[in-house]
Structure formats: C-alpha cells, structure tokens
Design a protein around this ligand. Structure first.
Ligand SMILES: Nc1ncnc2c1ncn2[C@@H]1O[C@H](COP(=O)(O)OP(=O)(O)OP(=O)(O)O)[C@@H](O)[C@H]1O
Ligand SMILES: [Mg+2]
Length: 504
C-alpha cells in the first residue's frame, strides 16, 4: 500500500476509499487538498457526503451506492451545487475487492472536477440556442440558402413575408431555388447573390427594388448576404437578411415629390411676378399708342408732331419692357441648363483679372486688394460660366458697399491639393441670418432695382455644381460677407506647381 500510496498521491484526481456506510477510510493528496483538511487521519470515519458535499444524506444517484449494489465499476457525471455555484464532477466508483473474493466492503472513488471542460463543450450549444431565439424573434427576414440557391432554413418573419405562413418551410426548404427564379433574376438580385457566393464576400444592398412573388408590387429592401463557410473552408451557402424598407422609400419619394412641387410652385410664382411688371408696362403703353393712333385717325389728336413724339415714347417703353422679358427668359434658360457647360483648361487668376477689369470699382470708391497665388494649376472649367460667377459675386459685393465710405473688397486665390479656392470678401452690410438659407434660391432678392432679378447666386450655385465646384458663404451683419468657392483640380495636376508658401 505504501508504494501505491505515493502513486495515488501523485495523481491529479481525487481518490478516496469509502465503506458501505459512506464513511471515508482513506484519501489521496488531491482529495485531501479538496477537503481543506491538513491531517488525513481527521477525515477517517467522516461521511463522504457531509465532508465533500455538505449534505446530510447520500446523493440519490451516488455512484458508490450503485457499485455497492451491482459490484461493478460505475462511471457517472454529477452536477452538484457547491457554495452557491454549480459544479460538474466525473466520478468512477470501483469495488475494492481482495483477490478473487466476490464480497467487498469498500469502494474506491476517483473524482475529477470537469466544470471548466463542460462549460467549453456547452458554450456552442448555448450560442446556437441564442442564435435560434434571435432569428425566431427578429422582426426582419433571415434565411439561408445553399451554394446552388436552394433554401436551407427560414425564420418566422421570412415565412410571414412570403405570405406562405405555416407552409413556408415545407414549400421552400430543400425545394425552392432563390437564385434561379423569375423574380430574383428580373430585378438583378441573383447576380449579386452569385457574386457573394463566388467572391466569398459580404454583399449589402440598400433600398433595393424587388418584385414580389405576387409580381404586382415593388418591394424595397435592405439586403445583406453573408457567405457561410464550412470547417474545411469551402463555401457552405449564404446567410440572407432582408429588411423591408418599402414604407420608408415611399414616404421619402412622396416628400421629395412634394418638395419638388413646392419648388416648382415657388419658381412659377416668381416667374409670374417678374414677368408681370414688364408685361403690364407693355400692355399699358401699347394701349396708349393704340388710343393715340385712333384719335390721330379721327383727327381729334392735337397735332401730327405731338402724335409721333408720344407714340415714340410709348413704343420705346414697350421695347425696353420687352427686352426685360427677354432677359428674364434668357437668365431662366441659363438656370435650366439649356446652354450647357463646356469644360476647358482655365487659369482662374486670368478669369478673375478680366472680370475685375470690367467693373468700375472707382465709381463707388471701393478699394480692391488682390492676393492671387502665382502657382495655381490649370483646372477644367467653363470659362464663361466662371466669369459669370465672379461677376455676380463682385457685383453683389459692390452693391453691399454702396453706402459705405471706406468700402473694401479682397480677392484671394489658393491651391489646396485637390482644389483651387477663391475667396471674395467685402466689408459691406452683411447678410442677416434669417435670409441666409434663401440667398441661393432663384429670384430671391432684397434689392429694389429693377435690374436685380435675384438670379445671381442661383446661377453661381448651378454653374459651380455643374463644374464640380462648391460655394460657401460666411457673413456677419454690419461687418461683411465672404464667399468661398472651391474648384476641383484634375487628379493628374494635383501635385503640379504647388507652392505651400502661397497659402495662408
Ligand atoms: N456680398 C453680399 N453682401 C450682402 N448681401 C448679399 C451679398 N451677396 C448677396 N447678398 C444677398 O443675397 C441676395 C441674393 O443675391 P443674388 O446675387 O442672387 O441676387 P441679387 O444680387 O439680388 O440680384 P441679381 O444678382 O439677379 O442682380 C441679394 O439680394 C442680397 O440680399
Ligand atoms: Mg447678384
């Protein structure tokens, strides 16, 4: 026994010998450590269930009892609550027989704590269960297809969405092919699915228009396809997630349509308003010319000289008003892009200098400061449209400085990697916050002069947008306004003639 004792003590499992009354007769080192006793002799005679499990009677499924009853070795896993936590033990109870004797009064119990191992084994089970709960209760359709496109599983939301209800699983799983059917093919979804399966990459589609199996209505959805891989790395199928976005897409379309209608309405009202004035002038003056002509024919007009003079005035006014109508229409045509943008190589500084030469700043005693970068790259722009943009912005600045004694305009050009920027600032009256979001609208003006239609900034915005540029405004009432334009530099010229010293 002494020899064996050292072998048993070295074992990492707890070994104990108990008699038919469940009294401990002997324990090895490992079992001793577990009992928290230091002296093994103090364990002798104690009931194993009391000592090890803090129970007042043996367990119902005690392996030692089974071995005492059957005389055979018993293997059993026991889950026991110890100090408030569940622990799992593997127990092997072996009858301790003397030689060939059939009788025995002792059992050797080997106990191994396998709680950690169990947790690892059961974890996937738990997460599988969790996955199932999530899929079953998710308000979005989740299903899987195999590499050929045949359904392998569906969740209840998918069953509802197909309209097949309880029969969905029976009809779809293992039978229905989601790639090779008219609807998936027709809307182009099959191509994305095939690609996800062959490229082994996730595919995501937003607000994708899908024709339902009813074939009668467009259904919009967010679609995510996640390739599933087997342990050997081969593609097993595709996990598909569908979120119905039909209502949102429809609501958005309605809003966009309403916004368009509102914009059209506003535009129509402004056009009517702007054309009304010159048309009223035309009507009134042509009327006057006709009256004069009738009286002249009746010989009731005061004199031939006077008649020709008066008619000339009426016709002159008609002519001016008619030109004004033509200008309004011409500007509107520009806005509606009938003339189109023609891109060519442009040096921004050159266009700016030309425009500045056209404007008489001296008349309003305005001091103009130019800080033009000497190293600007050429950009691709429509020269005439760009001229128009600078002219409109500079005219606005001049208008804002009309009643200012020391009016100043500063113009600055810079090159920032992918853009050429133009800053036009004035120290004029500024733009009140409440009209800031309206200044780019067509026909918005605060000016009373008849020549100002309120189209300048609308045209700037439109021209720049078409040329890939942007316009921003910063303004402080009574202090001044800055318009910042950025124009894209073609990728092959980004590094060209770039002088960091010129910025700042
Ligand atoms: N630099 C500026 N300083 C102050 N207000 C400005 C400035 N630029 C534009 N605005 C405001 O924005 C409005 C719209 O400008 P926009 O150039 O579109 O039209 P407009 O100058 O009034 O008319 P148009 O350009 O057709 O002659 C102006 O009426 C003015 O109120
Ligand atoms: Mg203007």
């Amino acid at each position: 026994m002494t020899n064996f004792k050292s072998v048993l003590d070295a074992m990492p499992v707890g070994v104990s010998i108990i008699n038919r009354n469940f009294e401990i007769q002997w324990v090895n080192e490992s079992a001793l450590r577990h009992s928290k006793e230091e002296d093994p002799s103090r364990l002798k005679g104690k009931y194993c269930y009391m000592q090890n499990l803090q129970k007042d009677k043996p367990c119902d499924n005690c392996p030692a009892q089974t071995t005492f009853d059957t005389g055979k070795v018993t293997h059993r896993e026991l889950t026991i609550e110890l100090n408030g936590a569940e622990r799992c033990f593997q127990v092997i109870a072996t009858p301790f027989k003397q030689k060939e004797s059939r009788d025995f009064s002792l059992v050797i119990e080997m106990v191994r704590d396998i709680t950690g191992q169990k947790m690892i084994q059961e974890k996937p089970l738990h997460s599988n269960e969790l996955n199932k709960i999530v899929a079953d209760n998710a308000p979005i359709s989740i299903f899987t297809i195999d590499v050929n496109g045949v359904f392998t599983s569906i969740n209840p939301a998918m069953a509802r969405q197909t309209g097949l209800g309880d029969k969905a699983e029976e009809i779809l799983i293992g039978r229905f092919n989601w790639i090779n059917n008219l609807y998936t093919t027709k809307c182009g979804l099959s191509d994305y699915i095939r690609k996800a399966l062959s490229d082994r990459e996730i595919v995501r589609l937003w607000d994708f228009p899908f024709i339902t199996y009813g074939g009668d209505r467009t259904f919009f959805m967010n679609f995510t396809g996640v390739p599933l891989f087997q342990a050997d790395g081969k593609t097993h199928g595709l996990l598909c997630i569908i979120e119905d976005t039909t209502e949102r897409v429809k609501a958005q379309a309605l809003l966009a349509q309403e916004a368009k209608m509102a914009a059209v309405g506003r535009l129509a009202a402004s056009i009517a308003h702007n054309l009304n004035n010159p048309l009223a002038t035309i009507t009134a003056n042509s009327e006057l010319a006709l009256i004069a002509y009738r009286r002249f024919s009746d010989n009731t007009y005061y004199g031939a000289d006077l008649f020709w003079k008066d008619v000339a005035v009426y016709l002159g006014t008609v002519n001016k008003a008619a030109y004004r109508c033509t200008n309004i229409i011409a500007d509107m045509l520009k806005l509606s892009k009938r003339e189109g943008i023609v891109l060519g190589k442009i040096i921004v500084n050159k266009v700016l200098e030309e425009v500045c030469d056209e404007i008489d700043f001296k008349k309003d005693k305005i001091k103009v400061t130019k800080k033009l970068s000497t190293d600007l790259p050429e950009i691709m722009c429509d020269g005439r449209a760009l001229q128009q943009v600078f002219l409109n912005l500079l005219n606005n600045a001049v208008d804002a400085l009309k009643s200012k004694p020391r009016g100043r305009i500063s113009i600055k050009t810079e090159h920032h990697h992918s853009a050429v920027t133009v800053k036009i600032s004035d120290n004029g009256m500024g733009i009140p916050g409440e009209i800031m979001d309206k200044i780019f609208e067509p026909f918005f003006t605060t000016k009373t002069s008849k020549k100002d239609l309120g189209l300048g900034l609308a045209l700037c915005y439109e021209f720049l947008r078409e040329m890939g540029g942007k316009i921003k405004v910063k303004s402080e009432p009574a202090k001044g306004t800055t318009f910042l334009i950025s124009l894209p530099v073609p990728a092959d010229r980004e590094g060209e003639r770039y002088d960091p010293g010129s910025t700042g």
